[in-house]
Design a protein around this ligand. Structure first.
Ligand SMILES: Nc1ncnc2c1ncn2[C@@H]1O[C@H](COP(=O)(O)OP(=O)(O)OP(=O)(O)O)[C@@H](O)[C@H]1O
Ligand SMILES: [Mg+2]
Length: 548
């Protein structure tokens, strides 16, 4: 597939994004194997042309006063090996093929729109994405990088980005992938949130929030494929359901670089059956699942611990979230008639109307028809308030407390007052008509410009096996199946004597991730996993075959 690379000077979406960056401070956020993330905060939110809506808004979140911007070096697999090595030696990052880059964007946008029926999508919306050209005369890649460098404080991160800019000046064949999404304000990773929460019940609740969103993803036809606790965000203050007190909170799922199609969409399955599939299903390129990759183990452990409570608790949570959303939507319909209809039209739109290009296709049509199973919130919506019961969280400040979501006293009917509604939905009294106009533009522009020709007649998008050998994490994890190592080593399982067991050697995602120096064993599935060694950004050798 060829990708449209933005060569067009008049491209308003790129201009709009550049203007935003020029008026912002840029702060380094994180660096992965394939991309580097920045927080871009506009000095004066009024100047922001991006508007994003949800059911809980603040003026800053509506005006999208901060963006999370991911920069991704783009090279095709068959591009010069020398250039690939050039990128990894300078940035200690691997380049991504444009096809894989566009898949991440396509899936995230699809997920956003398909789960946004009640203004509560599973992921943040992409407000701008593109592959920027790097031509001699007028390189948009260099221009963006220079602008970002200018807006950064003088520290080592600025030096790094300047080095990246110099690399683009030095080799014109490297392109720059950009994904900008609304910054998830007041969210932190599930890993951090669990790390600082003492109460066991509260920890359980946050994991339920994550699973709730994973199930929504499941229902619209996707499996995330990389559900470690840094790819799940939690806002512990978000008003998302009827429950009060300790039951505030909301989760978002990010990073769709390894997401894949769910072939098991079936409404008759229970939540625990669906989650069983989530943990079982192997990510197509890596061949890994929760049983073989310790980063996903939190989920397995949680599901095992919750056992029979899982379905009842999730059902209860779904009812309380659904009931609350229904109430909020009713209020919106009274206060802002026509607004929800407009938003649902945006959610359903497939094409991007661009005056400049005569209409660009928003999403891969083939993909959409494959993903026909659209989220059906009706199950949630049919819940009446008197079915709601009041929550009980037993002594949540004790460490050994337990969550008892569903075992509850019965109902106090909860009416959202007009005042409370305004506080949650439109606390700064903004003109919602204007906000929705801008929101519409924002969502339409979020999509990378894909070549219409390929969309209509070209190859089906998908996870083509890559021929390139230097591939690892995520987009490039494709060859892992081949490189994964199996061996029998002596390990101690469940207090027994050390016995010889099969160990899968898994690759590490980063230096910090590569901490497993002994095999981790899952006796039920008779499998042990040990990480490979990680040197300077790459998995190089088989890990320590320690004698136990
Ligand atoms: N929209 C967002 N708002 C706030 N923080 C975000 C957002 N997206 C990502 N983050 C933060 O940045 C971290 C890394 O983002 P992400 O998972 O998308 O990239 P990555 O895994 O480092 O990169 P890649 O997989 O492309 O190599 C997340 O763990 C999260 O803390
Ligand atoms: Mg990630």
């Amino acid at each position: 597939m060829s990708i449209f690379v933005d060569e067009d000077d008049a491209s308003t979406d790129t201009k709009k994004f550049m203007n935003y960056v020029k008026q912002s401070s840029v702060e380094y956020f994180n660096k992965g194997v394939y991309g580097i993330g920045y927080r871009v905060k506009i000095d004066n939110p009024i100047e922001s042309k991006y508007n994003v809506l949800s059911l809980n808004n603040t003026e800053d979140s509506i005006k999208c006063s901060q963006l999370f911007v991911k920069l991704v070096p783009i090279l095709e697999e068959n591009d010069n090996e020398y250039t690939h090595n050039f990128v990894s030696s300078i940035l200690e990052m691997e380049a991504t093929p444009s096809n894989d880059f566009s898949n991440e964007i396509r899936i995230q946008t699809d997920v956003y729109k398909k789960t946004n029926k009640n203004l509560e999508a599973v992921c943040p919306p992409i407000v701008y994405s593109n592959i920027l050209n790097n031509t001699q005369q007028r390189s948009r890649a260099v221009k963006l990088l220079s602008t970002m460098v200018n807006q950064m404080p003088n520290d080592e991160n600025k030096i790094f980005l300047a080095r990246m800019r110099n690399m683009y000046e030095g080799d014109r064949s490297i392109k720059l992938g950009v994904i900008a999404m609304s910054f998830a304000e007041n969210y932190d990773t599930l890993r951090n949130v669990l790390g600082r929460t003492k109460s066991k019940a509260q920890k359980q609740f946050y994991q339920y929030l994550a699973i709730y969103e994973m199930l929504r993803l499941y229902d619209i036809g996707y499996l995330h494929g990389d559900y470690h606790t840094d790819n799940i965000l939690i806002n512990t203050k978000y008003k998302y359901n009827y429950l009060t007190g300790n039951y505030l909170g909301r989760s978002l799922i990010i990073d769709y670089g390894m997401a894949f199609k769910n072939k098991h969409v079936d409404n008759s399955l229970s939540s625990s059956q669906k989650m069983h599939i989530v943990t079982q299903e192997k990510q197509p390129q890596t061949g890994m699942n929760a049983y073989t990759w310790s980063n996903y183990n939190w989920l397995l452990k949680f599901l095992q611990e919750e056992g029979p409570n899982l379905n009842t608790n999730l059902d209860y949570l779904q009812k309380n979230i659904g009931g609350f959303q229904e109430k909020m939507i009713q209020k919106i319909n009274v206060k802002y008639p026509g607004l929800m209809e407009r938003i649902r039209i945006i959610n359903d739109s497939t094409y991007r109307g661009s005056v400049l290009k005569g209409g660009r296709m928003l999403l891969d049509k083939g993909m959409i028809t494959q993903m026909e199973e659209i989220e059906k919130p009706s199950k949630l919506m049919n819940v009446t308030e008197n079915q709601m019961t009041k929550q009980v969280m037993k002594s949540s400040d004790q460490e050994n407390d337990t969550l008892a979501l569903a075992l509850n006293e019965s109902v106090t009917e909860y009416e959202i007052t007009d005042e409370e509604f305004e506080q949650i939905f439109n606390p700064s009294g903004m003109n919602m008509e204007n906000v929705v106009n801008e929101y519409e533009n924002t969502i339409q522009e979020g999509i990378m410009i894909l070549n219409g020709e390929d969309m209509n007649g070209g190859k089906k998008k998908g996870y083509k096996k890559s021929s390139r050998k230097v591939q690892s994490k995520k987009r490039g994890k494709k060859n892992k199946k081949k490189t994964r190592n199996h061996a029998k080593v002596r390990v101690k399982c469940g207090g027994q004597k050390k016995t010889k067991k099969r160990v899968v050697f898994a690759e590490c995602m980063s230096d910090s991730d590569c901490t497993l120096d002994k095999p981790e064993c899952d006796e039920k599935n008779n499998i042990c996993v040990q990480k490979m060694r990680f040197y300077g950004g790459k998995t190089k050798k088989r890990a320590l075959k320690k004698k136990h």
